[in-house]
Write a protein that binds this ligand. Sequence first.
Ligand SMILES: N[C@@H](CCC(=O)N[C@@H](CS)C(=O)NCC(=O)O)C(=O)O
Length: 316
Amino acid sequence: MSGYLQNGRWHEGWYDTAATAGEFVRPQAVFRSMVTADGSSDYLAEPGRYRLYVSLACPWAHRTLVVRALKGLEASIPVSIVEPVMAGQGWAFSPALPDHANGFAHLHQLYTAVRADYSGRVTVPVLWDTATRTIVSNESADIVRMLNSAFNAYGVAALDLYPQALRAKIDRINAFVYENINNGVYRCGFATSQPSYERAFRRLFHALDWVEARLAGQPYLVSNIPTEADWRLFTTLVRFDAVYYGHFKCNRNRMVDFPYLSRYLRALYQTPGIAATVNMEHIKHHYYMSHPHINPTRIVPAGPKLDFTLPAFKQG
Ligand SMILES: N[C@@H](CCC(=O)N[C@@H](CS)C(=O)NCC(=O)O)C(=O)O
């Protein structure tokens, strides 16, 4: 279980789905500033100035870790990792997983340090500015864009995951994948009425069938090399068989039952730097232990046996 801040005070509680007929509706992120390379915003890209707060369990935070790794920004943008299980006070730090910048015990303290009367959910990822001691952004879609383009002087400038010529296509695929798959698994798992669960389930597998058919004809979603659209899908797919299939009841098929999707998932996983961003311990412990309304015993399943290191493309 977790909670939220109301006028800067922490309250325990889960999402209220009563007002939306049992449907889970994800709130908008609140901090939406951008870091730029040319100083055209308040936040100039500088090595060591910004810190990412992530959960290794969270698919939205995972996107930012993937792009940080692909762009070679590990030394320029340090990371603080929260404890995997979200309990009474929400995301927490510990002696083993400390808040390096502020020494806080809980992530909600970071939010109220910036805005004493903050109201809303306290989410990861967070891009923190150590110079002005503020939150630049808590929206992973924006953080991914900043890491891709603002820090080229300090990372792999040649890699562009959002090239000008492909932007319209990437945006279209992102919208479809977000609605039906990235957030679709949550709409299944967090639904509190049978019809809203079944609607989300149908839309999810319709979308996965569409992706499977597309991948039969081309290796990646938009181009013949991975783009931002593929990495945004990856973080959901890599959690699918271990968590969403069982815990979120997305159980028409597993990833391993889709030949093209599973080949694609392995190809992305085997990209240099990516395997190190995937932590199945944190992923499984987070989901199965943080939602007692879904899994009251909080027992973490021992399976399934997964191997993303099998050859991505069959020989011959
Ligand atoms: N729009 C946000 C969503 C992030 C998000 O919902 N993160 C989840 C973890 S997977 C979280 O921190 N939830 C805490 C809560 O809702 O209380 C983003 O993509 O950055």
